[in-house]
Design a protein around this ligand. Structure first.
Ligand SMILES: C[S@@+](CC[C@H](N)C(=O)[O-])C[C@H]1O[C@@H](n2cnc3c(N)ncnc32)[C@H](O)[C@@H]1O
Length: 411
């Protein structure tokens, strides 16, 4: 384990340790007949297209047999031009892999910032490659929540006003991934030109989605070893095969010099509280907005404008994904009519879609306010009011929850 073997991937079952079980394979196969990686026995260089496709099919069939039942496969691959026409390699390969049991689950576009220097001229610039994601079975490991986007600067400003539309764990990844091609760094320009290494952030995303710590990650065309080194940083086991022994030496030197920093970076990402903070923020925004919408609706129905609502989150240690919130109407007695109106609004969308498990109370005055409180208006529950006290008629929501957000900060 944790080794790149020097050999021909067509013989991978003979090369790898006998009882190994792979969780995910991440690879970019050698280009077809365009690039000489400088050794005998290459897949791609000097082959006919059908031979090349059949070799890839055979390699991925062998991988299928040693992949766990909930395992997966990522292939980064591109079309190319021959005889003035596009050859649809990714789609031809998908057909071949179907025949050996792989199920195509996702087609992702990897949007690059640059075009590869040897791509044939067309009337448009080539700016993307395909990332094909396959599973062995119907139930396969995907840690979707770990790769959600919760960096608020990357979300459109709408999350501030419409928190109910955002998953508290963040926005799901979409099918277009933007990662620049690595161009500099410790590899040196010469090395890069020979390889096209995958961007390490893209590999990290794939590893996070499809494996947990200690799972085995495999790359049958290890090249510069991006998949291997990223797996090592992320506490996964790795196995690789590479035909050119020089590349393996370079990878080993690179890993030795980067492992410490790589692990540090990974640990700081794993321990980041940002995602928990985002989740709390979205939940708080939802809790306040729910109270505001409900209060406004009831006031409108009853033709009154003297109600306020006290909003308090209840600490919940159960595993329920719902947000428990207590809402206290101030300035009104609880009666059948209020109950009916509350029920009418909270049992149907939009409020029933907020993920909130509410309880309701009434109280006639504000005497219970000894906690530190924040005040919000009829129209805005995402930035609290300054310079007024809770008796002010424009104060409609009173809460220990503090949020202070401005949409324009996120435009
Ligand atoms: C596109 S590169 C892989 C680049 C790699 N993903 C990275 O990040 O550096 C393909 C690699 O496959 C290797 N290769 C070609 N034929 C092979 C074979 N039959 N068995 C194993 N490796 C092979 C080449 O030497 C080359 O390093």
């Amino acid at each position: 384990m944790n080794k790149v073997y020097n050999g021909d991937s067509r013989r991978l079952l003979e090369i790898l340790p006998k009882d190994v079980l792979i969780q995910t394979t991440i690879t970019s196969p050698p280009y077809f007949d365009m690039k000489d990686y400088g050794v005998e026995g290459q897949v791609g260089f000097g082959q006919k297209y059908e031979e090349y496709l059949d070799d890839l099919k055979d390699i991925f069939a062998q991988i299928h047999t040693i992949t766990k039942d909930d395992g997966t496969l990522w292939i980064v691959i591109d079309t190319f031009k021959r005889d003035q026409a596009v050859v649809t390699l990714p789609f031809d390969l998908v057909q071949k892999l179907k025949e050996v049991g792989w199920k195509l689950q996702e087609i992702i576009i990897w949007k690059k910032d640059k075009t590869v220097p040897w791509s044939s001229k067309g009337f448009m610039q080539r700016k993307f490659e395909y990332v094909l994601f396959f599973s062995k079975g119907d139930n396969y490991k995907t840690n979707k929540d770990q790769v959600r986007i919760y960096d608020t600067q990357q979300l459109k400003k709408w999350w501030v006003k419409y928190p109910e539309r955002y998953n508290p764990k963040g926005k799901a990844l979409d099918e277009i991934w933007e990662f620049p091609i690595p161009v500099q760094g410790s590899w040196g320009a010469e090395y890069i030109r020979h390889f096209c290494p995958l961007p390490k952030e893209m590999v990290a995303t794939m590893i996070s989605i499809s494996t947990d710590e200690e799972d085995v990650v495999f790359d049958p065309f290890a090249g510069s070893g991006t998949v291997m080194s990223q797996s090592a940083y992320m506490k996964r086991s790795y196995l690789g095969i590479e035909l050119n022994p020089q590349y393996i030496d370079m990878f080993e030197t690179y890993l030795t010099s980067t492992i410490e920093n790589g692990k540090k970076e990974y640990n700081s990402n794993v321990n980041a509280t940002d995602q928990v903070e985002f989740e709390t923020l979205i939940q708080n925004l939802r809790a306040l907005k729910y109270g505001r919408i409900l209060l406004n609706s009831i006031e409108k129905d009853c033709g009154i404008n003297n109600l306020k609502i006290y909003v308090q989150r209840i600490i919940d240690t159960s595993i329920s994904s719902k947000i428990k919130v207590e809402y206290t109407f101030i300035g009104k007695q609880f009666d059948d009519e209020l109950y009916k109106r509350i029920y009418a609004y909270t049992s149907k969308p939009p409020l029933s879609k907020y993920g909130i498990m509410p309880t309701f109370k009434c109280c006639l005055d504000l005497c219970m306010l000894d906690a530190e409180i924040y005040l919000y208006s009829k129209t805005n529950s995402h930035s609290y009011l300054r310079n007024c006290d809770y008796t002010d008629p424009k104060v409609k929501i009173i809460s220990p929850i503090k949020v202070d957000l401005y949409e324009k900060d996120y435009e």
